[in-house]
Ligand binder design. Sequence first.
Ligand code: DC
Length: 304
Amino acid sequence: MKHGCKVCMGEAVKAALRENECGAHVEEFGNCIGVVDGPVVYNVTEKAIFGCKEITPDGDEPVSYGPEVDVYWLPSWLRYAYHPDQLQGVNMIIAIDGPAASGKGTLAKRIAAHYEMQFLDTGALYRATARDLLATGGDLHDVERAVHAAQNIDAATLDDPHLRDPGIGEAASKVAPIPQVRAALLDYQRRFARHPNGAVLDGRDIGTVVCPQADVKLFIKADVEVRATRRFLELSQNGLEISERQVLQDLKQRDARDRERASSPLVAAADAHLLDTTNLDIEGSCSAAIRLIDAVFGGGGKTV
Ligand code: DC
């Protein structure tokens, strides 16, 4: 397993790691060096106090470290140890954008699980805003009340299954163009993206507005007819009576609203990787996405 990382270590640390006695397999990629089979630690003065836990050659007890050394257990793709100062800002961000029913949500969830990163479905924030606004009898064009709803979302309600109702999706696409609503939701998304385990966010404007600095940007697309069939099957499975034709018509309208709005319209970032899932099932889409991400992280990565 080989993954990229953003920490550039000094030559002293690299040399010490190369000579380490703990039997860990050390690999170098770009400016970085990491222990592939376990964590390494080093102190901030780069005097290379390091060691390995749980993988000492003869099963020795894990070595103990001086108080100046912090060991961070990081997800498998980021098995490095950082000093707290360096931990700031080293988290990876994967931005996944695309139109409704392109499969980006399922894909983003799988990618987050694969890399052991945190996942945020940003569409749920707009859906929750619309749900809460409607619940108080608010009008979808009432900017003040819409902003109040956006500012007061209860994160614990973001997995409410009713958020997936087509009516709520429709309402969300009507509050989403309001710039003040978008501004109210921006801080939550950016704070989430800074999670030390790394974060995968999916939405419409993640690569362009929310996290333009994301390490990897994917833009998922699929023909609208194929998306309509997928969405129709999903809704039918959930017991909703709706015709495929109606789903197609609704999707076309939502696409137009998402793409044509003035504030943060749905558009691929210039540096996004395009992934067309028209002829791919979820497994195929996932494998293709992980290949792309691994290529960006600079290694072979896990195979799926
Ligand atoms: O991805 P979704 O269907 O759950 O999104 C619901 C609506 O929210 C969608 O019509 C557009 C809006 N949205 C947005 O404008 N920006 C995002 N980052 C995510 C969703």
